[in-house]
Design a protein around this ligand. Structure first.
Ligand code: SAJ
Length: 414
């Protein structure tokens, strides 16, 4: 007889797979669903198709025990967790196509009484809309609390930091936003199986907005640091020393400037707040603009420094979106290298990225860009550009840079 899984996780990416694995490790029977057949095959072989410390051992264990299996179609389950991408459109509004596709796939499987949780970052109201898509497809079911066939909807945003997901997924406090109090209570019980942090109950719209506010808070604070770095450059003050000194104040904690803000969260989520109240979201929009302008500033700086060489050799240290990960998505450092390669066709650009084995396709095709080891690249270069503060770069002997023209966006050698 076919058994019903306790939980079905739709979307086995950076969030869905750790969630599926940790649920399974804490006693749930989990089916994970993904549209990518390669991911499905890898997971069923106990492997993880991306880099995340400590995830593979958990996945391998729960797959071997038969508690987690991946497949490409959505089965019936008592609870669903939807962890699909919610990118933005050209007009900075949410592209809800993946959420709709998940809802379309779940709706026909429902029998009534299930819990459906959206973990994806969402503009306020998307969880309720997801509920409407599903109930429109299944008018025989209801969202009315207390009814035997009512389906329960909740928003429970993830908060884990890539690189620390397996620690933070257990330890962080979590917001549980129910479309109804009953949905929140059911969702709380599910997360309580593995989450040791506080489970904070609210409604779905507040939960959606809280997630956006958290990432916007960070974006605004990084924008402050980036703006300071551009001001200090103009008036010839060392911004790193300035921040170090200012942070001795007991109530000041300025973040670190850099080449811009990357990743698929902090550079995206604030736009959903802007879209929700465009005329009121002034600071949040401006912070996005400041952070988005930082790669241009860095590019100009590099071009000005490289101008004294006829055919400059430029070592670009780092193209990941932040330190000590292999994730190149929305990476400002990678954008800077791409633009540099186009603007300076006669330059030779030596990319150093210790966390990858081959250049991504959009850089690999360029004649003037090659992937190199740190020491070789630095030795050959006229100009050394630090774009990411990877541990391998921080460990470098600064004497190697003595004769070089240096542009250090992370301040590790300044
Ligand atoms: N950055 C700076 N200066 C800093 C800190 C970060 O320039 O002082 C840059 C990084 O280099 C990177 C970008 O900001 O390009 C974002 O990095 P991050 O480490 O701040 O955040 P993410 O994108 O890896 O993860 C964030 C986290 N959110 C918050 O800290 C509020 C994480 O907890 C969320 O789960 C994640 O977004 C998400 O998925 O939303």
């Amino acid at each position: 007889m076919e058994t019903t899984p306790d939980v079905c996780v739709v979307g086995l990416g950076y969030i869905g797979l750790p969630t599926a694995a940790i649920l399974a490790a804490n006693g749930s029977n989990v089916i994970g669903v993904d549209v990518n057949p390669h991911h499905v095959a890898e997971i069923n072989a106990g492997r993880v198709p991306f880099v995340e410390p400590d995830l593979e051992s958990v996945v391998a264990g729960v797959v071997a025990q038969g508690r987690l299996a991946a497949q490409s179609s959505v089965p019936h389950a008592d609870a669903y967790i939807v962890a699909v991408p919610t990118p933005f459109t050209e007009t900075y509004e949410v592209d809800d196509a993946y959420v709709r596709a998940a809802a379309d796939a779940i709706a026909p499987m429902l029998k009534g009484g299930e819990l459906i949780i959206l973990e994806s970052t969402s503009p306020p109201g998307l969880t309720e809309q997801m509920g409407e898509f599903i109930l429109d497809a299944r008018p025989d079911l209801t969202a009315a609390p207390g009814r035997a066939n009512s389906v329960h909807f909740a928003h429970c945003p993830e908060r884990v930091l890539p690189g620390r997901i397996m620690v933070e997924i257990v330890q962080n406090d979590r917001i549980i936003g129910g479309v109804t109090p009953e949905a929140a209570e059911r969702a709380r019980a599910l997360y309580a199986t593995f989450c040791r942090g506080e489970l904070l109950i609210t409604d779905a719209r507040t939960s959606e907005m809280a997630k956006l506010a958290e990432n916007s808070y960070r974006d605004v604070n990084i924008a402050f640091a980036n703006e300071l770095s551009m001001i200090c450059d103009r008036i010839d003050i060392d911004v790193w020393e300035l921040i170090r000194l200012a942070n001795h104040h007991p109530r000041v904690n300025i973040l670190q400037p850099g080449p811009g803000v990357g990743g698929h969260c902090i550079a995206v989520d604030p736009w959903f707040i802007v879209a929700a109240a465009p005329d009121r979201a002034k600071l949040i929009r401006l912070a996005r603009e400041v952070n988005d302008s930082k790669p241009d500033f860095v590019l100009e700086k590099i071009m000005a420094r490289a101008a004294k060489f006829r055919d400059p050799v430029i070592a670009a240290l780092g193209i990941a979106f932040k330190a000590d990960i292999d994730d190149l998505r929305e990476s400002p450092s990678k954008t800077i290298v791409e633009r540099l390669a186009s603007e300076l066709p006669h330059a030779s650009i030596l990319v150093v990225e210790p966390n990858i084995d081959a250049l991504p396709s959009d850089l690999a095709g360029r004649a003037n860009v090659t992937l190199r080891e740190t020491a070789d690249a630095v030795e050959e270069a006229d100009v050394v550009v630090v774009l990411v503060d990877h541990q391998q770069f921080k460990a470098m002997d600064p004497r190697a840079l003595q004769e070089k023209v240096l542009v250090d966006t992370k301040g590790i050698f300044l």
